[in-house]
Design a protein around this ligand. Sequence first.
Ligand SMILES: Cc1cc2nc3c(=O)[nH]c(=O)nc-3n(C[C@H](O)[C@H](O)[C@H](O)COP(=O)(O)OP(=O)(O)OC[C@H]3O[C@@H](n4cnc5c(N)ncnc54)[C@H](O)[C@@H]3O)c2cc1C
Length: 809
Amino acid sequence: MDQKRIVIIGAGVVGCSTAYYLSKMGQKNITVIEQGPLFETGGSTSHAPGLVFQLNSSKVLTRLASQTVEAFKELSNDDAPSFYSVGSIEVAQTHERFEELKRKAGIAKSWGIEASILSPEECVEKSALINGAIIYGGLYVPSDGIAKPLRAVDKMAGFAKSCGAKFFGHTEVTGIHVVNDEVKTVETSIGSFEADLVICCAGFWGPRIGEMVGVTIPLQPIAHQYVFSNDLVELANEVDEVKSPLIRDQDKSMYFRQVFNGIGIGSYQHRSLPVEVSEISKYGESKEMPSVKPFTPDDFEKPWQDAVELIPGLKKAGWKKGINGIFSFTPDGMPLLGQSKKVRGFWVAEAIWVTHSAGVGKQMAEWIVNGAPTLDLELCDINRFDTYAQSPAFYKSRSVENYEKVYDIHHPYEPATTSRNMRFSPYFGRQQTLGAYFNETSGWEQPQWYEGNTQLVTNYEDKILMRKGWEARYWSPIIEAEHIHVSQYAGLFDVTAAKKRIEISGTGSLDFLQGITTSDVDIPIGQVTNTIILNEIAGIKDEIKIIRLKENKFFILCSGPVEASWIEKHIPFSSSISINDHTAGICGLRLIGPKANEIMGSFDQMNFNLSNLKLKDVKETYVGNVPVTVVYDIYDGIEGWELFTTFDQGIQLWDLLMDVGSPFHIIAGGARALESLRIDSFSVRSGKDFWSEHDPYEIGLDQMVDLTKTSFIGKEALVQRKEQGPKVSLVKLKIKDPSVVVMGHEPVLSGDEIVGFITSAGYGYSIGCGIVYALVKPEALHENVEFNIEYFDKQYEAFVINKSLVSTK
Ligand SMILES: Cc1cc2nc3c(=O)[nH]c(=O)nc-3n(C[C@H](O)[C@H](O)[C@H](O)COP(=O)(O)OP(=O)(O)OC[C@H]3O[C@@H](n4cnc5c(N)ncnc54)[C@H](O)[C@@H]3O)c2cc1C
């Protein structure tokens, strides 16, 4: 066992969970430094009421929560449980919310959480505190409950100590010494500690620790109200701390739990109360813990009225005390995990609720010890933010927006309202003129569709499947019209926001790329290839495109900053290979559709000779007077062209293509039509249909794996996984009823059994019905199998339409 000198900063629930799992995995040289007293440290954990609602639209958050519940149950004694499985009821006070709960019940099935819809009477049966007259019903999750984080912390720290870990309370970390971008020593109020690895689990103090090593930790501490009622008559005979289910009222942004004979009430309804880290008091400076700000009763007036309406017994009881407790929010509502790409050995586990804490500790330990976690943590990776998102102006306002919307009904296409207009491609002005409806992708303002294409809706009126209800939100029939038009003529799409564009160059570049990819990438200069990068445990990190420009110069298109930083991290320290990120300087356009080749052929007389190019060819040339790198390839299952140029000449390229394409009925198309065309072309996408929990055989990407290659990251694990056989299979289904489309994440059933869930969903104009891709249990795939898809409490029949995606293993 490779023993690392690990220093963990912070002994809250996250620091202790991480120490616990690292100890379980055999690490013995762990030091935990805590500025407050052990273990009621005064951080957020010390006053967390511990409500655990596991279900989240994010699969990874749901899994982290389930792992936390499992862990806390194991960390219980009969007389001192760390988790009370009392269940939860989420009530609906509006029809819209009740519909949303039905959708959530479906997602619960997809993510493996038992959940059911209750009538108002059934809600009252489960908790007599609820006023059944004002609700439409509720969502019941029996495995939810109350965590006792301090009890769990005590047990986890005890175990870690028994394995050799050392805990220092009342010890402040004052600095971190970094040499050659690598952590060396942690300076504290009692002396310095040498470290191979520092893990920042400092809660909302995290940004201060990040500053010590020059790493931005983009979180915003926000105060949140939590109030204790006096005893209720209805709970007068209770002797247990908690027996009643938790109650959540998202319409009023509130939650409730029993605390012996009273109720604990949390409210997100109040105005947001961001707190600067510099405003937080030091230990001992005030009688309250540093993580508590003075209560602001005015902010609780309206929530109290709402609380009394839902739980009438509260009126007589009244409330006795409240706190404005501080905890962390991030720009996208997800935690911040992993090793910073800037400083080797500097890891973070920040912005984590008690709900996800032990799951996070487990995954962090796996990541550190095995090189990769078993859950896909892409959405939580600290390196997911490009430079623009590291500005305090961006992440503070976006984090506050997240706080304000935390209990809203979230639609997958709902745009953010703060911190917009961060990044523009050079085509932005042209797109505005065409009436683009923009949404944000990785900070870029990206056209979703163009109002200028409205006429097409009339042209294709008889073909378009109109949407209603949930699917019709943030949607326009223009998306469908653009899809249909491009599949008959040609479409120009701005793909600047779609991928990260990096260049790898220098002696040894080819060997390096061979070592991180699953197929042979020693392609001729002027060619492109698609390949896969695997993590250390053979999970797919990304499907990437590699373009060879020179002997030792490669242009790579990968999914985003996480993948780019993963590639960068694997470049040998003292090699002469360099990596350059061109995402901000090179823009891209994609031309697809049956007329695309003819349009490109029109440039023949302007230097560019199409007749020389074959599929997979790349040419650095001029189109008119614009220097371009042209790539002729299959994109999302469709043959077409991508043209890259520098930002300064982007507009010229757009104008040229639109002018030359005009006789061929070219249109500018939005990102939503492009996605719809992808699904209709039966093409799978990294991050959407598969992620690092899956191997290429499970996804049907066998053709991108060459096991005769000497070695590549993940090869040994892949051979083992291949021998073991697939745990899931990706299949494509068509929905029998041609008027039905779904949105993704719905459960797939075979008979009464839940056998998988949907990844991508769209409408296939090529076959005249809804198409979905689903990850299902391989055992469920047999001849003539029929599935049902559950959507808003109804089931729809679906059939496998293409078995080629099913692993051939
Ligand atoms: C009012 C309120 C209600 C909440 N309700 C819930 C709930 O019901 N369910 C839920 O899941 N979550 C809830 N949360 C959120 C949850 O409490 C936190 O997200 C969680 O406790 C964070 O744990 P942590 O270990 O990351 O941070 P903390 O518990 O804050 O621990 C971080 C530790 O780092 C230490 N530290 C910082 N800087 C230094 C330094 N320089 N040197 C040494 N030590 C340092 C701090 O002293 C602190 O002890 C609630 C939070 C609040 C405020």
